[in-house]
Design a protein around this ligand. Structure first.
Ligand SMILES: Cc1ncc(COP(=O)(O)O)c(C=O)c1O
Ligand SMILES: N[C@@H](CCOP(=O)(O)O)C(=O)O
Length: 520
């Protein structure tokens, strides 16, 4: 295959391809470089990119450099029988298969496989940390594997993704005797949670559909607070109306104010998340409102890039374990899909074992796992500090079971005390995590003590939201204001009179409890 048939003619060659020459898996060398400068002729020296003209913005620049390719994707019934021919264009408005089952986005793997693992690794690496539209985003830097056919012009992005993978040195050594423990901070993000990764994809596709004059007046979701924040921000950026259904008094103040500030139409409904989810499904089947929950498989295409990013951050080495907190259960499948796609396309040679961690008060997947995957029964989710995963009837249950069964996965649960202690322990080592990440860390603590995860296993805990969204739970914990909880790691402030002597007394007492060396 010639370069021109895959990426268009060299005159259309995109800047990201000017830096590396990539080889397809089937032999003949594929060079997609634009040999336009003298430094271009030396493979060791990346060509100097000239600053774009002042009247041009990064979208205009992308339009000028738009690469052509043969990659495509479509909806198919999730886990369909291979003989099934049911499929839908991504430009159709469809959330369920004919039989009422879930859908999945299926990529043309034969087209992607024309390029080997080395090609994809080099291409993705070449895009990290740049401002090229849209590849500066951690999601869109993998565009060919996400929404290959969308025009870059239609993309709505906040350059999300590329979140830091934090070496949890002190937490690992001090609390777990582990040396290779990492926290993937997906919550250090545009709206403070991993939902940005999926929402950029979904809102971009809506943007495209609206330009195609599809009858979509707005986009709607049910939410425990993070999906709604992401939806409203991306819609506001694109000028698309957003409608959010929130369970009244069950989300944090910081989460509630996000869609309000971003101009969403906010309905606070006197029910739980599962009740809101039921309502939004009914409403979106009646009105021209596009459904943004992860029932919509487009979302997972963005979320799966966090898995690819983890591999990339480890220089394409595969960790042993990845632990993900689970609620509506789209994300655990998204992680599986990202890892599996890397394996199928020769980017890595295996996938990690996944652990899905649930709050014991909202643990339908855990109960299902413990029953040996017998019949699944939804539960009535109880109140939990991990309020964003207070979900009893997860829409992606089939996806989660599939993912866990195919990676020798495990499900663990955490009591309220366990998750709050784990959050406080992590914070005491310099993190500032959300209670859901506390659930994931509790699962890790349990699996370590059971000997399932070894001291030397390279383990990644996925932190799903920023701790600043959940400060009330931390205030309650550190003021020992939680009924029937010891709050063992609480660190309440000390009230002291405003005079030098009182301050000195308090400080000396404190220093005595610390290493006595501090006094000298
Ligand atoms: C902060 C946070 N963590 C974890 C989850 C769980 O993700 P999922 O619903 O995809 O299982 C959610 C949402 O449900 C969330 O908002
Ligand atoms: N935690 C989620 C719950 C809904 O999940 P979704 O992935 O199906 O949108 C939220 O923040 O709303």
């Amino acid at each position: 295959m010639a370069a021109s048939s895959v990426f268009g003619s060299s005159s259309l060659c995109s800047p990201m391809f000017t830096q590396t020459s990539f080889a397809p898996s089937h032999g003949a060398s594929l060079s997609v470089r634009c040999a336009s400068t003298s430094s271009d002729l030396d493979p060791g020296v990346p060509p100097l990119k000239h600053r774009r003209a002042a009247e041009e913005n990064i979208r205009d620049e992308a339009r000028r450099n738009n690469p052509c390719h043969n990659f495509s994707a479509k909806y198919v019934p999730f886990n369909a029988d291979p003989s099934s021919s049911e499929s839908y264009s991504l430009d159709e408005i469809v959330y369920r298969s004919r039989s009422g089952g879930l859908l999945d986005v299926q990529h043309d793997m034969d087209a992607l496989k024309k390029f080997d693992g080395n090609y994809w690794r080099s291409l993705f690496d070449s895009r990290v940390g740049k401002t090229n539209w849209p590849y500066g985003s951690g999601v869109w830097s993998k565009k060919e594997w996400v929404l290959p056919e969308i025009d870059s012009d239609d993309i709505v992005s906040a350059f999300e993704g590329n979140s830091n993978l934090f070496w949890a040195e002190r937490f690992g050594k001090h609390f777990l005797g582990m040396n290779d423990l990492w926290v993937k901070h997906c919550g250090i993000s545009h709206t403070g949670s991993f939902k940005d990764l999926g929402m950029t994809v979904l809102v971009s596709q809506v943007n495209r559909l609206r330009k195609m004059n599809r009858p979509l007046v707005g986009v709607g979701c049910a939410s425990t607070g993070d999906t709604s924040a992401a939806l409203s921000a991306y819609c506001a950026a694109a000028g698309i109306p957003s409608i959010v259904f929130l369970p009244a008094n069950r989300i944090s103040m910081a989460q509630l104010v996000q869609p309000i500030a971003n101009g969403a139409f906010v309905l606070s409904i006197d029910t739980d998340f599962d009740g809101c989810m039921q309502l939004i499904r009914e409403v979106t089947s009646e009105l021209p409102i596009y459904l943004a929950n992860s029932l919509n498989s487009l979302r997972l295409e963005g979320q799966k890039t966090a898995a690819i990013e983890i591999l990339q951050q480890f220089d394409w080495q595969v960790p042993d374990w990845v632990i993900v907190p689970g609620g509506n259960l789209g994300n655990i499948y998204a992680f599986y899909k990202g890892f599996q796609m890397c394996k199928d396309l020769g980017v890595v040679d295996k996938i990690p074992r996944l652990v899905c961690a649930q709050a014991a008060n909202a643990n339908p997947l855990y109960l299902h796992f413990k029953s040996g995957w017998k019949e699944f029964k939804p539960v009535k989710a109880g109140t939990t500090f991990a309020s964003a995963i207070q979900i009893g009837d997860p829409v992606s249950i089939d996806r989660a079971v599939y993912a866990l069964q195919n990676c020798d996965g495990i499900v663990e649960e955490a009591s309220e005390e366990e998750l709050m202690d784990a959050m406080a322990q992590a914070d005491s080592t310099g993190m500032f995590i959300c209670p859901h990440t506390g659930v994931a860390l509790s699962a890790l603590i349990k699996l370590r003590s059971q000997g399932l995860i070894n001291a030397t296993d390279r383990t990644v805990v996925v932190s799903t939201a920023h701790g600043l969204k959940f400060t009330q739970s931390k205030v309650d914990y550190h003021s020992r204001g939680i009924k029937e909880m010891r709050c063992e790691y609480a660190n309440p402030p000390v009230q002291v009179k405003a005079d030098f002597g009182s301050v000195m007394d308090v400080l000396k007492k404190y220093l005595h409890t610390q290493d006595s060396k501090l006094l000298h």
